[in-house]
Design a protein around this ligand. Structure first.
Ligand SMILES: [Zn+2]
Length: 403
């Protein structure tokens, strides 16, 4: 299961890759699925190099063979395909004809890749990785009426059915009289047994999901409410119910309908969580508890001291953390920048070289991981999120006071 930070790092890489175009059909994408023999890929790519020698345009031919060569070199770093597979992207992404600016990006995906692909095109093939981003949220779904119940997970946009149950509860008895009353009691007992079974299975299934974001219950008529009133979901799960929705069916079409009617609830849930954690931060700030830090320098210091409980980063942060080295005197410098500057060494005046460049969010996230802090990426869609961005986009809730 991928965590938010991994998915964020992937999102960032994908946004860079998706902005790149080849001047010709010369950008190479390679996907190697989980468990696939990496040597087969190497020989396939060597073959492609042979084929590429037939490309008419001299520049395109050169760019394609160079990109393939770079990928082959990169593959040598791997003894075998990493768990989850591997995706490689390489090509000349220079915007000017005749110039070269080769980009090589290797991605070990946060979830297993199932696609095996080689493509030479004007842009990189990114959909299989984008799909992983969409799967980030998991919700539990229950649709129920007197006859059937379905328990499913909503993962991103896809629905995975975990269990379908038939109740065997007969329809309402129509005749009057004593036997009808007795029959009603029997039916009611069967319905209660059914609710119990559905509740047990749902509890068991949903408890196995790490980081379940919430549960939505739906169904035609009042059965869904009877089911919930019967109390067979664990208290913890009951508390996670985000909505109870009236729908026309059970089964697969019921689940589809439930998801369609839950769009607002789902969007709201995401935003609620974000608001909660931001309000916790703002509460500490207002009460001056000493348990917050904000601004890069202060937060970095708190991270280094292991004091950060939750690191809050605005998704809108778009900075780099770079390390510069003076090749003449060996002076090094780390700094946060919007763009990589041309700097001269403050010691000896020689031009400095860029030796390391990292997305600032990635850099801080790594620091946070070392001290087991939770990282929370805050969107810019809420007032609280905008407030965070307004404060520089970097803040933290602390485990202990620093002074
Ligand atoms: Zn120097």
């Amino acid at each position: 299961m991928a965590n938010e930070e991994e998915l964020y790092a992937l999102k960032k890489k994908l946004s860079v890759l998706s902005s790149k175009r080849g001047r010709h059909t010369e950008l190479i994408t390679v996907y190697i699925p989980d468990g696939y023999d990496i040597n087969k890929v190497t020989s396939k790519l060597s073959e492609e190099q042979g084929t590429a020698s037939n490309i008419k345009s001299r520049t395109t031919r050169k760019n394609v063979t160079t990109a393939l060569e770079k990928i082959l070199q990169e593959l040598k770093l791997f003894k075998q395909t990493p768990k989850n597979g591997l995706a490689l992207f390489c090509g000349n992404v220079s915007e000017r004809e005749g110039q070269t600016d080769f980009l090589l990006e290797t991605i070990i995906p946060p979830k297993p890749l199932s696609i095996n692909l080689y493509r030479c095109s004007q842009k990189f093939v990114l959909d299989p990785l984008y799909e992983m981003l969409e799967e980030r949220e998991t919700y539990g779904l229950i649709v129920i009426d007197r006859r059937n119940a379905d328990i499913a997970l909503l993962k991103g946009t896809s629905i995975e059915i975990l269990a379908s149950l038939d109740s065997l509860v007969p329809g309402k008895f129509r005749a009057g009289g004593q036997s009808a009353q007795r029959f009603e009691r029997v039916i009611e007992g069967m319905a209660q047994d059914f609710y119990k079974k559905v509740g047990e299975i749902a509890t068991n299934e949903f408890n196995q999901v790490k980081d379940l974001k919430g549960i939505i219950v739906g169904g035609p008529g009042p059965t869904k409410n009877d089911f919930l009133a019967a109390g067979h979901l664990s208290t913890e799960l009951q508390n996670r119910i985000l909505g109870v929705i009236d729908i026309g069916y059970t089964g697969e079409s019921g689940l589809d309908e439930l998801v369609n009617k839950s769009k607002d609830i789902l969007a709201e849930a995401e935003i609620t969580k974000e608001k909660e954690v931001m309000n916790k931060f703002l509460g500490h700030l207002a009460k001056d508890t000493g348990l917050v830090a904000y601004g890069e320098a202060e937060v970095r210091d708190a991270l280094n001291k292991g004091a950060v409980d939750i690191l809050l980063l605005s998704e809108k942060l778009n900075k780099k953390r770079i390390t510069l080295l003076c090749p003449n005197c060996g002076h090094t410098e780390e700094r946060t920048v919007d763009k990589v500057p041309n700097l001269v060494c403050p010691v000896c005046g020689s031009p400095m070289q860029l030796v390391k460049e990292k997305d600032l969010i990635e850099d801080l996230t790594e620091l946070a991981k070392e001290v087991n802090s939770d990282v929370f990426l805050v969107s810019n869609e809420t007032k609280e999120g905008q407030q965070l961005y307004g404060m520089g986009g970097i803040a933290a809730i602390l485990r202990f006071k620093l002074q």
